[in-house]
Design a protein around this ligand. Structure first.
Ligand code: EPU
Length: 333
């Protein structure tokens, strides 16, 4: 079993973080041992994936567990369906790449999303018109209190925009160990978002869409290996129709997306840009010059300073538009 020892925790935001006792578990037995250790010693248990959607405290007390099982396999059936089983510690983009290479459709629009497979269901990752919920068959978990294993169907997961039961009722109570996806061998291109359709041929191969999504992301989003960031820092606000209509009278060019239930989703990046933040620098942090929804770490900063900037942006957007932004990455420690 990997020893629980103090470790520096890498995270895409590049925040300094030292975990008191870090365990990278490579088997279910090791995950269970870590859970028992935290319970026996009555210390906090922090569960991390790729640490791409977390804002870590400088010091994480207790046990910090990372699932490091990273195998995957699949079952093909006659009806063009492929069931893909991926363990939680696998890189999401590595899985998306491997599926696209085999000509399977379903997660090509989710290319280049940072983080591990196990984190994908927590916030129901989504991009370019596709959400994990569209292809998810099941999530395998281990309960933290007694180590029992359970399988959640897609309906059990209570998925919504950037949301699931794992962020709510089950937050901190289960460890995701495996995800099962239902992909397809027959073409099912989803090109409705932005200018994706213009970037590919009329009947694109799955690889073309994957490459186009990678290209758009590389144009707009900073590479965490080069510039620290946690992707979108706020979720896109969803408003009642009447509030959205009032705002649209004042700002007719404001991007807005009608939701099936009548509510309206706005683009937080547009609201932040309109407040003049895009491309600005505030000490060690800044607002990305090509996508105002992404806060970037220029180096040497800590979480407190970052949260102060986020509060300032949220307050300014609220004073200007009367819209309350919510933070997307979760605080840990
Ligand atoms: N916009 C601006 N200014 C900006 C950014 C955006 O005016 O600085 C406008 C754009 O012109 C466009 C609209 O806002 O009209 C939407 O922009 P974009 O397509 O870039 O998407 P987004 O809503 O800002 C969401 C996800 C991204 C995902 C993209 C593409 C959330 C919180 N973010 O961003 O997810 O890649 O759509 O599907 O839903 C992530 O979560 O880390 C992430 C990058």
């Amino acid at each position: 079993m990997a020893l629980a020892k103090a470790a520096t925790l890498d995270n895409t935001m590049g925040l300094p973080c030292r975990a008191e006792r870090f365990i990278a578990a490579t088997t279910h037995e090791e995950i269970r041992t870590a859970l028992v250790m935290a319970a026996d010693d009555a210390v906090p248990l922090n569960i991390v994936g790729g640490a791409s959607n977390l804002l870590l405290a400088p010091h994480l007390p207790g046990i910090t567990l990372q699932v490091a099982c990273d195998d995957w396999w699949w079952e093909e059936s006659d009806d063009q369906t492929v069931l893909v089983y991926a363990q939680a510690g696998l890189s999401w983009h590595a899985l998306a790449t491997a599926c696209v290479e085999r000509g399977w459709w379903g997660i090509e629009n989710l290319a280049l999303i940072p983080g591990h497979v196990g984190a994908a269901p927590i916030q129901n990752i989504g991009a370019y018109g596709v959400e994990l919920a569209d292809v998810l068959e099941a999530v395998h978990v281990m309960h933290c209190d007694d180590g029992r294993e359970a399988v959640f169907t897609r309906d059990d997961c209570e998925f919504a925009y950037r949301d699931s039961i794992f962020k709510r009722a089950l937050a901190g109570r289960v460890v995701v160990t495996q995800v099962v996806l239902r992909l397809s061998r027959s073409p099912s291109p989803r090109l409705g978002y932005g200018d994706l359709a213009q970037r590919v041929s009329v009947h694109p191969e799955v690889r073309e869409i994957f490459d186009a999504v990678c290209a758009v992301r590389r144009e707009k989003l900073p590479d965490p290996a080069v510039l620290g960031n946690a992707g979108s820092f706020f979720t896109n606000p969803v408003l009642e129709a009447t509030q959205a209509e009032r705002l649209l009278q004042e700002y007719p060019v404001m991007p807005h997306f009608q939701q099936p239930n009548g509510s309206v989703k706005l683009a937080a990046g547009w609201l932040i840009e309109r407040c003049g933040f895009k491309g600005t620098r505030w000490g060690a942090f800044g607002v990305h010059e090509r996508q105002a929804l992404v806060l970037v770490h220029l180096g040497g900063g800590d979480r407190q300073e970052l949260l102060a900037l986020a509060d300032h942006i949220r307050d300014t957007v609220y004073q200007t538009f009367g819209v309350a932004l919510e933070r997307e990455p979760r605080l840990m420690g």
